[in-house]
Write a protein that binds this ligand. Structure first.
Ligand SMILES: *[C@@H]1O[C@H](CO)[C@@H](O)[C@H](O)[C@H]1NC(C)=O
Ligand SMILES: *[C@@H]1O[C@H](CO)[C@@H](O)[C@H](O)[C@H]1NC(C)=O
Ligand SMILES: *[C@@H]1O[C@H](CO)[C@@H](O)[C@H](O)[C@H]1NC(C)=O
Length: 333
């Protein structure tokens, strides 16, 4: 029987099969890819390539939900069923009279037990779903004073513990801002830092979030979260509405890959698919996400190679000095 006679007998089946085959081919070609590692050839890159074996695998986004907004929303829905984590809360009074909560997952008497600071995104907290699956009073991405005090406080409390920081979305912007403005101090305090799903270019991200219809679903979801949080802290947040624009997901073309390729200390991992804090994988997505697996490998790699990381840092610092010397001579290539 040839295709033509098959088609005349059961056209729906043939159309259905062709469509499925087409979608499968599209998924395999366009959605299933190895992540891009944007990082200079360096000891840092060597560390990432050997310790993060996940970078050699292809990321298989959930085939029936690999569109970015769909990933963002479904991942958030799935994770909302995670049980609350019991933290030990420490209130930290800040110099400006404010107060932040440090929620400790576990307390230990070992002085050199590694510590990770996790900064949640806009309207998030230590009970945010993405913080739970991974395992600071401030609502201004451009201000990292509170984070600075928190880090200094933890450092004073555990001077021997290797400290790493992770920021998600708005938390990532605050952390990034801390790294940029307090470079030397940050290098003394932190072994490494990771930011996830941050808008690299706020203006590009804002434009994308404001597009009608296209991002309506996500907008509504974020707006609901924001309203919920504003209801309880209306006073504090008044006048700060502009920051809801920071919760941006369509920022791929704002990613400074070229700058990371040349940077002394920064590496960026870019996936072909995935949403804002939504990296579901496989046909039946579980509560372990692709981003969680990257995170685990990074954390394990860093904390089990602390001496090697010192060398990595030294090499990166030397390169940074070269770049600085280059630019003062006015010969930036
Ligand atoms: C992790 O990276 C360090 C530094 O590059 C290297 O010495 C170590 O062998 C790597 N670990 C693994 C498991 O590849
Ligand atoms: C950055 O480096 C990667 C290889 O690591 C390369 O594929 C990519 O084209 C580079 N991108 C830019 C913008 O330089
Ligand atoms: C920058 O200029 C100084 C003095 O002219 C020179 O010694 C140095 O080697 C130059 N650095 C680079 C990276 O070209």
């Amino acid at each position: 029987m040839d295709w033509y006679s098959l088609y005349s007998e059961c056209p729906r089946m043939v159309l259905g099969l062709s469509l499925s085959a087409g979608l499968l081919v599209y998924y395999m070609l366009e959605a299933v890819k190895r992540p891009l590692l944007a990082c200079r050839h360096s000891a840092w890159r060597g560390f990432l390539e050997t310790n993060l074996t996940i970078l050699k695998e292809r990321y298989w986004p959930t085939p029936w939900c690999y569109e970015s907004r769909c990933q963002t929303i479904l991942a958030s829905v799935l994770r909302s069923r995670l049980p609350d984590i019991t933290y030990k809360r420490e209130l930290l009074e800040l110099k400006d009279g404010g107060q932040i909560c440090l929620d400790w997952l576990e307390t230990t008497s070992e002085v050199d037990q590694p510590i990770i600071i996790i900064l949640p995104g806009l309207t998030g907290s230590s009970q945010s779903e993405y913080v739970k699956s991974f395992t600071a009073r401030t609502y201004c991405a451009a201000n990292s004073d509170d984070l600075e005090e928190a880090i200094e406080h933890i450092r004073a409390k555990f001077p021997k513990a290797p400290l790493m920081a992770t920021g998600i979305s708005l938390g990532g912007m605050i952390l990034g801002n801390y790294l940029v403005t307090r470079g030397e101090q940050a290098a003394q305090h932190l072994v490494a830092a990771m930011v996830l799903s941050i808008p690299w270019n706020v203006f590009v991200g804002t434009e994308s979030l404001e597009k009608p219809l296209w991002n309506l679903l996500l907008n509504r979801h974020l707006a609901n979260c924001l309203c919920e949080s504003i209801r309880s802290m209306r006073k504090q947040l008044e006048g700060d509405y502009k920051w809801d624009l920071d919760h941006v997901m369509e920022v791929l073309y704002g990613i400074p890959v070229e700058a990371a390729n040349k940077s002394s200390h920064v590496a960026i991992i870019v996936t072909a698919r995935g949403g804002h804090i939504g990296f579901m994988e496989g046909v039946f997505p579980t509560n372990t996400y692709y981003s969680d697996r990257i995170y685990k490998q990074l954390v394990n790699g860093i904390f089990s190679n602390l001496d090697k990381i010192k060398e990595v840092k030294r090499e990166a610092d030397e390169h940074a000095q070269l770049i600085a010397a280059d630019s003062t001579n006015g010969s930036v290539s």
